[in-house]
Design a protein around this ligand. Structure first.
Ligand code: FAD
Length: 361
């Protein structure tokens, strides 16, 4: 049944947007806009490169958890005070808008294509004797960990332009990670970068900024992706972005000064490290706040979101990890036990109302 004034449009079906779509689908008329037909558990993607069947559980069609609402498979390209325009020409009117477009990461449209991409990455790893990983943030480190554990015979080099690994968290975590990688015979080169513009396909020699030469059969580029907010710069929200392109939100996670537009996840200016589990918590706050509004409740019943201190677990292969907790940084099997086996995939599937193990054909 359609009730006037209850159209919720969600831009982005990633970690944050998918939670809102799932949780509000029976409380409002919900439309999810995403260029992909699926939601991907991002922290499982590196395991899926060494074990492609892992992605069968971590790449989830939006329709599997969002059964009662509309899906528009396209990019949002404009937003006015009343509607959203998509690249494929849809105009979608909204009463409430939730922006959760995260980072720009051009991925295939269908789940099948994404699963095939993991198979191709896996083939690339298997057929190489030597592999270069460019980037020593969480993605590069976790990929190095996966390859080092599953393919210990590969010659692995990781080049990072910063002075230490994992700069998004503390130095202790970076040091423990460096020691772990060294113990697995990964060659780590810090304060160097690789210019891929000078690299030609088929060539197996890479030059670093220090003039060093690295020989590798293939490479993986694991550097940070830009925010997916460039499209907002020509819209009614252009003044709601900070200098880095992040959307400025208030403590109720509304775009500052707007009563009916919310923003969550990596795209916001919330002063905390950008993490999926925090994006999920923000999504829960917006779900509660939208329910209050949709039920005609007063603003004082709405929840506020408080930024968190930097907590993170970075997996190092299947059994180890390094964890930064509020007063402690630990490495090894204990944090590995928490994260590195299933990478929270079963838990996340349960949160999405899905069987943690079985995937329907
Ligand atoms: C390899 C990797 C490992 C990670 N590991 C962890 C971890 O272990 N723990 C953790 O907590 N976090 C982890 N993170 C971080 C986590 O994935 C992000 O913080 C989280 O995905 C942010 O959620 P989001 O919904 O804001 O953005 P995303 O999950 O990036 O989703 C954005 C969505 O918006 C869509 N989109 C983009 N542009 C548009 C547009 N114009 N119109 C419509 N839709 C659009 C995209 O298709 C995507 O579906 C990891 C990230 C990566 C890449």
């Amino acid at each position: 049944m359609e009730i006037d004034g209850n159209r919720v449009v969600i831009l982005g079906g990633g970690v944050a947007g998918s939670v809102v779509a799932k949780s509000l689908q029976f409380h409002a008329h919900v439309t999810l806009v995403d260029p992909k037909e699926y939601f991907e558990i991002t922290w499982a993607s590196l395991r899926s490169m060494v074990e492609p069947s892992f992605a069968e559980r971590s790449v989830i069609n939006h329709r599997d958890y969002f059964t009662n609402g509309d899906i528009v498979t396209s990019n949002a390209v404009n937003v006015t005070e009343t509607e959203v325009l998509t690249a494929d020409g849809h105009r979608i009117g909204y009463d409430y808008l939730v922006i959760a477009t995260g980072h720009a990461d051009p991925l295939p449209k269908s789940r099948r294509e994404r699963l095939n991409q993991f198979k191709e990455d896996n083939q690339k790893i298997k057929s190489a004797q030597s592999i270069l990983i460019i980037g020593g943030g969480p993605t590069g480190v976790e990929l190095a960990g996966e390859i080092a554990v599953d393919f210990p015979d590969k010659k692995l080099t990781l080049v990072h332009k910063g002075a230490r690994l994992l700069e998004f968290i503390g130095a202790k975590a970076g040091d423990k990670t460096l020691n772990w990688l060294k113990s697995k015979n990964v060659v780590v080169k810090l304060e160097q970068s690789v210019d891929l513009n000078a690299f030609k396909d088929g060539q197996k020699i890479y030059q670093t900024s220090n003039g060093e030469t690295i020989e590798a059969d293939c490479h993986f580029l694991c550097i940070g992706k830009p925010l997916a907010s460039a499209w907002l710069k020509e819209t009614v929200l252009k003044n709601d972005l900070d200098g880095q392109g992040r959307i400025k939100v208030d403590e109720k996670l509304r775009v500052k000064g707007k009563d009916n537009i919310f923003a969550i996840g990596d795209i916001t200016d919330i002063p905390e490290i950008k993490q999926g589990f925090l994006a999920q918590q923000q999504a829960e706050v917006v779900v509660k706040n939208l329910k209050v509004i949709l039920e005609g409740g007063r603003e004082c019943r709405m929840e506020t979101y408080k930024p968190h201190s930097a907590i993170a677990i970075v997996s190092l292969g299947r059994k180890d990890a390094v964890a930064q907790l509020p007063f402690l940084t630990i490495g090894g099997r204990i944090p590995g036990f928490i994260k590195s086996g299933d990478l929270f995939v079963g838990k996340t599937r349960k949160q999405m109302g899905l069987n943690p193990d079985i995937v329907q054909a």
